[in-house]
Design a protein around this ligand. Structure first.
Ligand code: M6R
Length: 613
């Protein structure tokens, strides 16, 4: 939610910042802007995508020379997407500017106060209030700018990652974070600041992740980190293991398609070093000190949002079947505002691709405060949720940039399955032969995904047939009920077609009323323990003239006779089948969205990581 990037050093700053904004555009694309020091402190901003800003700046290229610059790409919260609400924002005197990711909850009260003190505002945003406040503190306390920022931080309620630029302090950048991510790249005689590492890795792999309530000051070519109490700390420099190729499209028209096709590799990477069926080895290296808490948990509570919540639903089936530990799955956004009952012996597993989702982060902080042990299942290494968890397991799926989550879902289910099988084996709740079988099945996942991806032409043809549908219904049972939800979510978010996912047996309790000859019904109908039942559900749809697209097991005969289209996927053991069955649904949503002319990687109203409530 909003991307921020800043640079100070010996190079021309604008090209670095504009390129960084393009890399961060998946975080928001309502408007974009930059501020730089080119004889004065000047802001240029524009409603729309980063390309619109770039077009505007094309004619002003000669003005843009500066060694210090910051930029922002916005996902609107307070104030409609417009030029005036775009960041950066000036302070009252126009001597300081801010870019902000997050929400200032007490902005109205602060704004009123500032207005009474003669400040004039030029936007409807909460962010503008922040910079007025900083300047007010600066002018009235006769302190340094960094102290003014620090004092102002104690007065705001909410979440923020900010960068501040001042006309009187060339070469200085001040940044701070609480609740929204911020990473600082350290080069030789140059510094970068950004919402994530993607704009930085081209220049340096040495980074410092800022913690909540920390302030970073770059001046005189030196980085200082202090906390809100003015206590200086030594920056903890990490070396990033991220390749530039992994954040580029690599010849694909969209990141989403690239990420769908990357799944054989992302699952291989996810399994690497963790599973070896020949020696009966299954180990998640990130779960050590607290492994016994998991093995002897009385209850496991999964928290997550969106696709990660769907992965948690699959995990509920897997964990209960293998480990016999009771499981609850919670929307993080609901869990955090209840007064959930957490007993000693309860374990919370937080699932998040980005590791930055505000609701998931808040849910785990709440559970932690109530004494729960937290395991994080994240993709982004060093992310806030990964750091706030006691232990966890990374997905190792590589950067996911398309707003619609695809390879993260399959990697989440893979990691959660490994976790469940590992616990079950340690607890003795699965037999040795079942354990062995599952290890072999895990190892076969990449080749079966590869085979499933070969169906892309068939899925494209089916998409052509249904691209103008106004509604879709997705049905599944058991392990594949969450896949129905996930398929519906994918279609909704990138093609704007209304879609509902249901457990197939629930259909007759209401949704069956929707079915007529206009209604495409996608049914996940694999040859598993629900097979006979789901065949009956397909018959019920057919009797009402619904148009059936069935995801079936290869070699399927019966459903072929009653469905309009069948997509045959490789046979795999039932608990792992969502990792395969979801792939045709990812492709279906992708092709339909492309055929409808939708912006697949940047769907309207959405952003990749939801770091605000
Ligand atoms: O980064 P997270 O996994 O925490 O994100 C959770 C959701 O915001 C995310 O899965 C969202 O629903 C995706 N756009 C789904 O494709």
């Amino acid at each position: 939610m909003c991307g921020i990037v800043a640079y100070t050093g010996y190079r021309e700053a604008y090209p670095i910042v504009i390129k960084g904004l393009k890399r961060l555009e998946y975080r928001g694309y309502d408007s974009a802007g930059i501020a730089l020091l080119n004889g004065g402190l000047n802001i240029y901003k524009k409603k729309g995508k980063v390309a619109e800003l770039e077009k505007l700046l094309e004619e002003k290229k000669d003005e843009l020379h500066s060694h210090t610059c910051m930029g922002h790409t916005r996902w609107a919260t307070h104030g409609e997407p417009s030029d005036r609400n775009a960041h950066p924002h000036y302070s009252n005197s126009r001597g300081i500017a801010i870019i902000h990711n997050g929400i200032i909850e007490n902005y109205e009260a602060l704004k009123k106060d500032m207005q009474m003190r003669g400040h004039t505002f030029h936007s409807d945003t909460d962010s503008e209030v922040f910079i007025h406040l900083i300047e007010d503190v600066y002018e009235n306390n006769q302190c340094s700018l960094e102290d003014a920022v620090r004092i102002a931080l104690t007065m705001v309620v909410g979440a923020y990652a900010i960068v501040i630029l001042s006309k009187d302090h060339p070469g200085q950048l001040i940044a701070a974070r609480k609740g929204s991510p911020l990473v600082i790249g350290i080069g030789k005689d140059e510094f970068f600041m950004a919402s994530d590492a993607t704009p930085i890795i081209e220049y340096t792999n040495e980074v410092v992740y800022l913690n909540d309530f920390e302030i970073a000051i770059v001046k005189n070519n030196t980085l200082t980190i202090k906390n809100i109490e003015d206590k200086i700390s030594t920056p903890y420099i990490q070396k990033l293991d991220l390749e530039l190729d992994s954040i580029e499209k690599g010849g694909y028209p969209h990141f989403m398609l690239k990420e769908i096709f990357e799944q054989p590799k992302s699952i291989t990477d996810c399994l690497r070093g963790r599973v070896k069926s020949a020696s009966g080895h299954l180990m998640l290296g990130g779960i050590r000190q607290y492994a016994n808490k998991l093995i002897h948990a009385d209850r496991i509570i999964f928290v997550g949002c969106g696709t990660s919540w769907h992965a948690a639903l699959v995990a509920e089936y897997i964990f209960e079947e293998f480990t016999r530990i009771p499981v609850e799955v919670e929307y993080a956004s609901e869990f955090r505002y209840r007064n959930p009952i957490i007993h000693e012996g309860d374990v919370v597993i937080a699932i998040s691709q980005s590791g930055e989702t505000a609701d998931t982060l808040a849910a785990i902080e709440l559970a932690k405060a109530k004494g729960a042990i937290i395991f994080g299942v994240c993709n982004v290494v060093g992310s806030s949720i990964a750091r706030a968890s006691h232990e966890g397991a990374y997905l190792h799926a590589g950067p996911e940039i398309g707003v619609a989550s695809t390879k993260a879902f399959t990697a989440q289910v893979t990691v959660l399955a490994m976790m469940a099988i590992m616990i079950a084996h340690k607890k003795g709740t699965i037999t040795e032969s079942r354990y062995q079988e599952l290890l072999v099945d895990l190892e076969q996942l990449p080749s079966k995904i590869e085979k499933t991806l070969q169906l892309h032409k068939l899925v494209e043809t089916i998409s052509e047939e249904f691209k103008n549908a106004r509604n879709f219904l997705y049905l599944g049972r058991g392990y594949n009920f969450p896949v129905a939800l996930e398929g519906a979510l994918k279609l909704k978010e990138i093609s704007y077609i209304h879609a509902e996912g249901y457990p197939a047996a629930e259909m007759k309790h209401g949704p069956i009323a929707l079915i007529d000859e206009e209604m495409p019904v996608v049914v996940i109908a694999l040859q598993d323990s629900s097979y006979e039942k789901i065949v009956s559900n397909i018959q019920e749809v057919r009797a009402r003239k619904g148009r059936i697209i069935a995801i079936v097991t290869e070699g399927e005969e019966q459903i072929r006779k009653i469905a309009d289209f069948v997509i045959e996927v490789p046979r795999i053991s039932e608990p792992l089948s969502p990792i395969i069955s979801v792939i045709p649904l990812q492709l279906l949503s992708y092709y339909i969205a492309v055929m409808r002319g939708c912006n697949v990687d940047q769907p309207r109203n959405l952003a990749k990581s939801v770091t605000v409530e």
